[in-house]
Ligand binder design. Structure first.
Ligand code: ZN
Length: 496
């Protein structure tokens, strides 16, 4: 057996005004796709482990993985990456099956369902009879076009995400089932008109964990091929944005439908609890002032680069400065002009610069500071999450009084401590640290923080969902319309 692997993974916030281009991605082609991912804890590596254990020959086609999340992809960039993806499939040798690793929450200026387009076009190239399986992030936005094009689908079952490798392995096993056991997958999907955020979405400890474990138990049964929940990236305002339950059985549409409805109804019951109680900026400053020992971690999910925010928020830094806070703070801010000004002045120089507000000026106003340039770097570092390289571009460590601000030229993921540690800053040594990610693996911050405060700061990935102003997704939608009604409707997808 010979199988093909291709990847396209990016998540965007349509509320982030900073659009992105092809420089947002790491690309791999041909054999390099396999060589690069073989020993990395991501989807393609997991899929490879299964195919190689089966003795399958594996062909790498194309992989595009965004370095972090972004604003919308420009039309020009989308045309380029989609052509490269489809050309690689067109030019691949004949194979018996295909596995695609995707995210599901991409968005381009000229295409609001990029994954659906790629899968539809790939299906045309590969033919109606080609077995195709797909894996998605549980923050993916599931469209009819996506499910019509594939034979079977699986999804992450952890948040914060730590099962990319396992998800890739599950996607590969679905393909092995099609090729070796002759499974006949049926997909049932239910759309739920609700957007959710917050601690209850942590799969190990939150309410959502019950739905995940129910899905996993189903997958242990005969004919239970895949099951799970998608709750969308609420910041990807596209026509199909909502939450979904998705269930795949071997040839049993009724059983798939029953579980999909059951999961959807239980999810719906919990919708009001699956939101985030947020603390105002003023109250957050008061909490920092009152804290006597240890570090207050200020969770600034509104500017989460991994959810697609611009990363140039200075809102918490400003609130602490203006609020007369006397402790020390550590802040990551995307600000290319500040990084360049620091580089021009050199290490040890004292400069007058502004920090923040360069990308999303409607939400953030540049904050003037006097800063000492402590360190300069090219902003490239190996991260502690995946062992891959993240690139912040020209970066500087600025000392602003007792505070340290790390300015990068480009956004990087901030769901671990990598940026801080790479720049010589141990977050535990500060009184306040800004964590621009809604959730991280507990060992990175939660396990040692004196307090974690979910701050209601402005930003294009705010957990205060009504604040964002969705204009494209279907309405009514909870929590924007709190009296939204829900009557489950099952959609069935089956090929052949
Ligand atoms: Zn995700």
């Amino acid at each position: 057996m010979k199988v093909l692997i291709a990847e396209m993974i990016q998540e965007v916030s349509t509320f982030n005004p900073a659009v992105c281009d092809t420089s947002a991605f790491d690309f791999h082609e041909g054999q390099d796709v396999l060589d690069y991912y073989r020993h990395r804890p991501l989807e393609v590596g997991g899929a490879l482990s299964v195919f190689e254990a089966e003795g399958f020959e594996v062909v790498g086609a194309f992989a595009a993985r965004a370095k972090t999340s972004n604003g919308l992809l420009t039309a020009e960039a989308w045309n380029e990456v989609s052509s490269r993806f489809l050309n690689a499939i067109r030019n691949a040798p004949p194979v018996d099956g295909v596995y695609f690793a995707m995210h599901g929450a991409m968005g381009a200026e000229n295409e609001l369902d990029p994954e659906g387009y790629l899968l539809q076009e790939a299906r045309k190239i590969l033919g109606d009879d080609m077995p195709i399986t797909l894996s998605l992030d549980l923050h993916g936005i599931v469209t009819d076009r996506m499910l019509q094009a594939v034979n079977a689908v699986t999804m992450y079952q952890t948040y914060p995400h730590c099962d990319m490798y396992e998800t890739g392995a599950r996607g590969a096993k679905l393909l092995v089932g099609l090729l070796k056991e002759g499974t006949k997958p049926v997909i049932a999907m239910v759309r739920i008109p609700a957007l959710v955020r917050g601690d209850e979405m942590i799969t190990e400890t939150g309410l959502i964990g019950h739905r995940i474990r129910e899905s996993q138990a189903f997958e242990e049964t005969e004919g239970g091929l895949a099951a799970g929940m998608f709750w969308g990236n609420p910041f990807t305002d596209v026509p199909d944005l909502c939450s979904n339950s998705v269930v795949v059985t071997d040839g049993d549409p009724e059983r798939a439908a029953d579980l999909a409805v059951d999961l959807a109804l239980k999810f719906w019951e919990d919708r009001a609890t699956m939101q985030v109680p947020l603390v105002s900026l003023d109250d957050a400053v008061a909490i920092a002032k009152a804290n006597e020992e240890g570090t207050v971690v200020m969770v600034d999910a509104a500017d989460a680069t991994s959810s697609g925010a611009s990363g140039d928020s200075n809102a918490i830094l400003r609130a602490l400065v203006e609020g007369g806070y006397e402790g020390s703070g550590l802040f990551p801010v995307v600000d290319a002009p500040a990084a360049h000004a620091a580089a021009e002045a050199g290490i040890g120089a004292t400069i007058e610069v502004t920090v923040g507000g360069t990308l999303d000026p409607a939400r953030f106003t540049p904050l003037p500071v006097t800063a000492r340039v402590k360190m300069l770097s090219d902003g490239a570092f190996i991260n502690e999450s995946w062992g891959t390289i993240w690139e912040g571009g020209l970066s500087a460590v600025l000392e602003v009084g007792k505070h340290v601000v790390i300015v990068t030229s480009q956004p990087v993921h901030l769901f671990d401590r990598s940026l801080f540690l790479a720049h010589g800053q141990d977050p535990q040594r500060f009184d306040v640290v800004v964590q621009k990610s809604p959730h991280c693996q507990p060992q990175f911050f939660r396990d040692w923080a004196a307090k974690l405060v979910d701050v209601d700061a402005p930003g294009s990935t705010s957990a205060n969902l009504p604040y964002l102003g969705h204009t494209i997704c279907r309405r009514p939608m909870f929590p924007m319309e709190r009296d939204t009604q829900f009557e489950p409707e099952v959609l069935i997808f089956q090929r052949g």
